[in-house]
Design a protein. Structure first.
Length: 275
């Protein structure tokens, strides 16, 4: 079987072309995103060991398992993360949160940053990589997730302080910026079946999906320095509710940022300065 034939077989099994290409390059021992190599070597044979690995990967992907869990890697905002089923698969839309956070950090000489519910460490590590002067603290309730995050930090050579606890319960200081991509899926959301390979703890937040967002907005002012920002990722239909709560809690300059599809994916506001 050639590489082109293997690719066609994966497409016939229902995989998208990009997923099939990533898995084929990975199975062949190439970097997962080396699609140019696949195009140039389509007539080359796929050796038996690589073919078995590819067939297994295609089956796992066809069952709904994320590509990142199969390859064990995910590129996110310029860094390469190791990920598995202990953490959520980092989404490209979450880079919107990182970009906005970096804008908020620009005027601060040595900012203190808190990432709540860090999972794989994607947001915290991306911020530290792009803004080395920042002092970054990241929390998560899940000990297995923190193991993944610490491993990523060590491998990337980035200094981030990781703490275990639910939201603010392990935090005692104040911050110039608080970011979070918390659970925001409704417990009865029909789309949860397509996310069955990912940790449920990191996905669902009560019957309306707003439970953890409400908690963070309520308690963030205690941990924000005057003029500090709170930035939150949320569901596609939750922007208005999140911004209403930010305004009611006393935040100023409440606004939103859109994801790659043009949907309001992140909302945030600035805690008032003294005076």
């Amino acid at each position: 079987m050639t590489l082109d034939e293997a690719l066609r077989s994966a497409l016939h099994r229902g995989l998208s072309r990009i997923d099939a290409q990533i898995l084929l390059a990975w199975a062949a021992g190439r970097p997962p995103n080396d699609r140019a190599w696949l195009m140039a070597h389509g007539a080359d044979p796929l050796h038996e060991g690589a073919r078995a690995r590819f067939d297994d990967a295609v089956g796992r992907r066809a069952s709904g398992e994320p590509v990142a869990y199969i390859t064990g890697h995910k590129a996110f905002h310029g860094i390469e993360l190791q990920v598995d089923a202990r953490v959520l698969d980092p989404r490209p839309d979450t880079e919107t949160l990182v970009d906005w956070a970096l804008q908020c950090l620009e005027p601060v000489a040595e900012p203190d940053v808190l990432d709540l519910g860090t999972g794989s460490g994607a947001v915290a590590l991306a911020l530290k990589a792009a803004c080395p002067r920042a002092r970054v603290v990241a929390t998560d309730l899940s000990a297995p997730a923190l193991t993944v995050a610490r491993g990523n930090a060590e491998r990337l050579g980035l200094t981030v302080s990781f703490l275990q606890g639910r939201w603010f319960e392990c935090v005692r200081s104040s911050f110039d910026l608080i970011v979070s991509n918390p659970p925001y899926v409704r417990e009865n959301d029909p789309h949860l079946t397509s996310l069955r390979h990912e940790p449920l703890l990191a996905l669902t937040a009560g019957t309306d999906g707003l439970r953890d967002l409400r908690h963070i907005i309520e308690h963030a002012p205690t941990h924000l320095a005057p003029g500090g920002w709170l930035l939150l990722e949320h569901g596609w239909d939750q922007a208005a509710a999140v911004r209403d709560r930010l305004t009611a809690a006393g935040f100023r300059q409440v606004q939103a940022r859109s994801d790659l599809g043009g949907i309001d994916r992140c909302s945030g506001g600035q805690w008032p300065s003294r005076g």
